[in-house]
Design a protein around this ligand. Structure first.
Ligand code: ZN
Length: 327
């Protein structure tokens, strides 16, 4: 049997790209609608254990973490009778693991930094020191304290820190300050400041170049900041959010499922066979070079063995991808 075409579905979340330069309409060969953000292109097929998305972020997504298998099962059982779905963290009993493969320069926050690194950065800001001393022994205790401080104190200190940093143009994309300021302007231009902004000084800032990837384990606090990528994920909608969103934020649940041990900002590269070593092997991703097209190009099909076959060309990324389950 020939591979079957996959019909993509567009998601218009507010953090997506707009206008003629937006990548998703160009990949689909359609005219972008005016003032409509194009955030994700879902490439899924029924019965597959994973979903593939093209993700294009012009500003950051929420600060979030996903549950492991046991947490997802227990969380779903606990929350399944909550009528208002928007108040639920757990929508299904499945764990959620995700991996992002960069199509362009891609920036994200992922995993806590080492305690000493956090303390060193914290000490540089008079405003942040008004919220707390730098952490001494426990990142979990420090994060828990910050997330439960009086909102007025948080508003004043964050406003002071924003003023002290000055204009965005003064900072480089390799600094926490740049992304902190960009998120502050996008999410909370008024006097009420989102304490989720503090995550920029606690988490690893990761910069992926085209074809590099990052895997997000369960419990790893993260936020995609900006860029274009291919996201491969297990089939689950379980997200526990910690700020910078209009959706449900549940800090007490987040403190329960988060991993607070410092994580290395690990970047995955395909091996000589084009295969990524995906931790825990929830899915398999193989990448092989293809010829360059003149315009952005995407073709998605479902293969005979339940795999997704993508052909994609975009600037420095010209690859065939095969995403499948291990058997
Ligand atoms: Zn996520």
């Amino acid at each position: 049997m020939k591979p079957q075409p996959i019909l993509p579905t567009v998601q218009n979340y507010d953090w997506g790209e707009q206008g003629n330069s937006a990548l998703i309409p160009r990949l689909l060969g359609i005219r972008p609608k005016k003032n409509v953000p194009y955030a994700e292109l879902w490439l899924g097929a029924p019965q597959l254990k994973f979903l593939v998305k093209i993700l294009t972020a012009s500003k950051n997504l929420s600060i979030q973490a996903h549950p492991n298998a046991a947490q997802a099962k227990a969380g779903f059982a606990r929350e399944k009778n909550i009528r208002d779905k928007s108040l639920r963290n757990y929508r299904d009993p499945n764990p959620k693991y995700e991996m992002i493969i960069a199509l362009s320069d891609f920036y994200l926050l992922s995993g806590f930094r080492k305690l000493d690194d956090i303390a060193r950065e914290w000490k540089k800001s008079k405003a942040l020191l008004k919220l707390s001393e730098p952490p001494k022994t426990s990142i979990k205790a420090f994060y828990g304290k910050l997330m439960t401080l009086d909102p007025n104190l948080v508003n004043l200190a964050l406003a002071e820190h924003i003023r002290a940093l000055g204009p965005l143009s003064r900072h480089s994309k390799n600094s926490a300050a740049y992304w902190f300021l960009k998120a502050a302007h996008a999410h909370c231009p008024g006097t009420s400041k989102d304490r989720g902004l503090l995550a920029f000084y606690l988490l690893n800032l990761i910069h992926l170049k085209p074809s590099e990837a990052h895997f997000i384990r369960a419990g790893r606090l993260h936020s995609h900041l900006e860029g274009r990528g291919i996201e491969v994920m297990t089939h689950s909608d379980n997200v526990v959010r910690g700020g910078l969103t209009s959706k449900h934020v549940d800090l007490s649940e987040l403190l329960k499922i988060c991993s607070f041990s410092p994580d290395l900002p690990d970047i995955l590269k395909a091996d000589s066979d084009g295969e990524f070593t995906v931790p825990g092997r929830p899915f398999r991703v193989q990448m092989t070079p293809r010829k360059r097209e003149t315009a952005p190009f995407l073709k998605a099909e479902r293969g005979n063995w339940g795999e997704i076959l993508l052909q994609i060309c975009y600037k420095k990324f010209n690859q065939n991808l095969k995403i499948s389950c291990y058997n």
